[in-house]
Design a protein around this ligand. Structure first.
Ligand code: HCA
Ligand code: CU
Length: 431
């Protein structure tokens, strides 16, 4: 890029940004300030003040489809209570999987939680009857509508699929119930057929239409285009759109957010992202993205995130990967010397949201990579004053030991206060 073009571009970006900073009411002393401006740039969903993007959690349905995951009835009820306390808008469960699931669905519906409880079933009248007999007031039905799903799974034509789907939709509505219809494998469906089906559901007053990327093939721009196509073809006062994106190449959350930028207003998640194959977006990542980046108007108890994740890992034997965003043990661990030096002055240098907001804890790691500031801090914790070049000597010693990481410390409140009050340990460089 030539200098002229670059400066033209810069003027444009600068104008947009100064407009945005007022619109988004950002504080210039927020370390994330410029990042928020870039995120809001050309992005109405972020720049418009406080959009509401809701969360449906499907841990009890999609989550149980993950190999090795099977909750007991009591565990499912506890998970539903925790999700409700956390503040998700809808909770999905399938009553048709087993008699145990049927009983659980019935019990959870009776609890009178704030979240809607959706009974998720195939698009057949007999499945809908099972959902109704659980006392469900919200019924979510799904049907694979791509050609490959129609020919290999359902073995019916598009016309037959349409008749069956509409028949079921009418049946649910005749019972006076709220409904969601899922266009399974929507991302690989002929758009003409997809739009036709969505319009039919929309005309019938089906409250929500789920547009899944069942196989995780989309990229964010593609998901944006898919949702925009549907969004522009339905009467939004009658139906809202859900996005349900699979994570086969790691794009599930990015795709879900892109879908919301195009007009969808509810994202499907599971705790820790478990689900069929590689799952769907994790609740923690979604909730933080919505709160921190999108400033979505949700009332989520983010401090429960780590506990939600721990609960699931205890009930599944699957363990939380250390590097899992937000809830993983290393999500707030700081190790390299330059990072430690900065963290010990102001943790915001390497953290976008404080660990206690999401129920996690900050840790610092001392070892080979600690550097003189980290080593100096370690000395000061041990009550030794790091004068002159002691920090440097210890740092060198730690490197020569070649034992990798030697010590990890939680920065509990007391130590955090020490950082913020003392600033960094005063390590004087050797003169
Ligand atoms: C399934 C398919 C589904 C449905 C999603 C939804 C998908 O396992 O039933 O109902 O919104 O990925 O398409 O999970
Ligand atoms: Cu799915």
């Amino acid at each position: 890029m030539y200098l002229n073009e670059l400066s033209c571009e810069n003027v444009y970006i600068a104008c947009e940004m100064s407009f945005l900073k007022n619109k988004m009411s950002l504080k210039p002393d927020d370390p994330n300030y410029y990042a928020h401006l870039y995120n809001g740039f050309d992005n109405n969903r972020i720049a418009d003040s406080k959009p509401t993007i809701r969360i449906l959690d499907s841990t009890l349905r999609e989550g149980e489809q993950h190999p090795g995951v099977s909750f007991t009835k009591k565990q499912r009820i506890q998970i539903a209570w925790m999700l409700d306390a956390f503040g998700v808008d809808q909770i999905e469960i399938s009553p048709v999987v087993s008699p145990d699931h049927f009983e659980t669905t019935k019990t959870i519906i009776k609890q009178g939680l704030k979240a809607d409880i959706l009974a998720h079933v195939r698009a057949t009248k007999s499945d809908v009857d099972i959902a109704i007999s659980c006392g469900a007031s919200w019924i979510a039905t799904y049907m694979g509508i791509s050609d490959i799903h129609l020919s290999t799974k359902l073995k019916i034509t598009r016309e037959e699929a349409k008749i069956r789907a509409l028949d079921v939709a009418d049946y649910i509505k005749a019972h006076g119930l709220k409904a969601r219809f899922t266009m399974e494998d929507a991302s690989r469906t002929d758009p003409d057929f997809l739009i036709d089906m969505c319009k039919e559901m929309n005309n019938r007053g089906i409250e929500r239409i789920s547009i899944p990327d069942t196989v995780g093939i989309m990229c964010p721009k593609g998901m944006y285009n898919l949702i925009k196509t549907v969004y522009e073809n339905i009467d939004r006062s009658k139906s809202s759109l859900d996005v349900h994106c699979h994570n086969d190449i790691g794009l599930a959350l990015a795709n879900s957010l892109a879908g919301c930028e195009a007009g969808a207003e509810q994202i499907h998640t599971t705790i820790d992202g478990f689900g069929e194959r590689t799952g769907i977006p994790a609740l923690a990542e979604t909730a933080v993205a919505l709160t921190l980046i999108y400033k979505s108007n949700n009332n989520l108890r983010l401090h429960m995130l780590k506990d939600l994740s721990k609960t699931i890992s205890e009930y599944t034997d699957m363990g939380i990967p250390e590097s899992k965003p937000i809830v993983g043990d290393s999500a707030y661990k700081h190790k390299a010397g330059t990072h430690l030096a900065a963290i010990l002055k102001n943790p915001a240098a390497y953290e976008i949201i404080e660990p206690k907001i999401v129920g996690n804890r900050r840790k610092i790691v001392f070892g080979e990579l600690a550097g003189k500031n980290g080593a100096g801090y370690l000395l000061s914790l041990l009550g030794l004053e790091a004068r002159q070049n002691e920090g440097e000597i210890l740092a060198r010693g730690l490197k020569e030991l070649r034992m990798g990481d030697i010590l990890e410390l939680y920065l509990d409140d007391r130590l955090e206060r020490k950082i913020l009050n003392d600033e960094a340990p005063k390590v004087k460089a050797k003169e």
